[in-house]
Design a binder for this molecule. Structure first.
Ligand code: TXA
Ligand code: MG
Length: 352
């Protein structure tokens, strides 16, 4: 049976966190909020505890987990070395939505790394996450607290829906600010490489690092296998099929209206994911706006909730507008494209 622990993150009751930390110490599983998405935590150095995470989520065992720490010093025992530029990155972006991949030490179990010689580590900034990890006194393994394949949870209710009855405790502590998972940055190669775009953007990293590449496996139109095992799985998919329409804004909304009409004639119910700027174009459909194109932080924070909300409707198809893949737009389009199973329709002026 799952214990539900409600905590107000503006007025954290230590007693409740002590209970949760005790469950972690005893080898149990606790879902908790972070600034990115909710995580499903367990003692990252104990095999039995780690196994419970994979079981609760239905996660493939070759998909490695992130170890969460409370302070930079806690990284040292887990890795072979912390190169100077990595230390600079940590000092600039931790605590925060950035995960760093380094060569692992022997104490990190292979069950965490999916057999890889590297380990992914993150120091979250959310006050509940930080205190909980500190109290647990061990590195906390925590994937997103969803059933594998579903959109990551950004509210306690999402976690309850997916994991009640499958984990020992769920801390309900409000909604997550960033809304997409952390950036995964591989620091083991010659050039720092983004394996998963997230809240810390390439543009931000370039302020502290001379060069930052994006893993080839993430780029459109390549057959390269992504270096981050998790990026190869289908993800985030709502029940309805999602299509992304890419192109100049007014042309893509014309295309979306045209496609929506065609689907309606076939008798299908159409959902639309758009931005505030074009919301009124689509009055006749189930329309959900992610926010203004000028406020990407808000868009990122809304994305997974909107994908989940569509599962509560009876739409058969979802047509989505696109963003330019720069700054936070990179992470947003990465998740949306996966939600769409890579179904992207390109439109351009000559079409009309
Ligand atoms: O924001 C986040 O990172 C959230 C919160 C809970 O911290 N966690 C999260 O974990 O998103 P998860 O397990 O859903 O995603 C971890 C990603 C996967 O794509 C996995 O393949 C990758 O990190 N990863 C983990 N260890 C790795 C490694 N050693 N090398 C490359 N990629 C790795
Ligand atoms: Mg995940």
């Amino acid at each position: 049976n799952t214990v539900i622990i409600e905590i107000d993150c503006n007025d954290i009751e230590e007693k409740k966190l002590i209970d949760a930390a005790k469950i972690l110490k005893e080898g149990g599983t606790v879902a908790f909020p972070t600034e990115t998405v909710y995580g499903l935590g367990a003692n990252g150095l104990e095999l039995g505890a780690i196994r419970k995470i994979f079981e609760a989520k239905g996660r493939p065992s070759d998909n490695p987990l992130i170890l969460h720490v409370a302070k930079i010093e806690d990284v040292e025992p887990l890795v072979k070395e912390i190169p100077l530029d990595t230390e600079r990155v940590m000092k600039n972006f931790w605590p925060g939505p950035l995960t760093i991949v380094l060569e692992k030490n022997d104490i990190v179990p292979e069950a965490i790394t999916g057999g890889l010689s590297t380990v992914a580590i993150r120091m979250p900034s959310h006050p509940i996450a930080r205190r909980l990890i500190e109290m647990a006194g061990v590195p906390v393994a925590a994937p997103s607290a969803n059933i594998s394949g579903k959109p990551s949870p950004t509210t306690g209710e999402h976690v309850i829906k997916d994991l009640q009855g499958r984990v020992d405790a769920i801390i309900v502590g409000g909604s997550c600010d960033v809304g997409v998972e952390s950036t995964v940055l591989d620091m083991t190669g010659e050039i720092p490489t983004i394996l998963r775009p997230g809240g810390i953007t390439r543009e931000m990293l370039l302020k502290v690092l001379e060069r930052v590449e994006i893993d080839n496996g993430l780029k459109e139109g390549t057959n390269a296998v992504p270096k981050s095992p998790g990026m190869k799985y289908t993800h985030y998919a709502p029940k309805a099929e999602v299509y992304i329409v890419k192109g100049e804004e007014t042309i893509s909304s014309e295309k979306i209206k045209e496609l929506a009409e065609a689907y309606r004639i076939e008798g299908k119910k159409v959902g639309i994911i758009c931005f505030d700027e074009s919301y009124n174009e689509y009055q006749r459909d189930v329309v959900k706006s992610m926010g203004s194109r000028k406020d990407l932080k808000r868009v990122a924070a809304n994305l997974f909730k909107i994908l989940r909300d569509f599962d509560e409707t009876d739409v058969d198809v979802i047509l989505a507008e696109a963003l330019e893949e720069v700054e936070l737009g990179q992470a947003i389009m990465n998740r949306l494209t996966k939600a769409a199973g890579y179904r992207v329709i390109h439109v351009w002026k000559g079409m009309y």
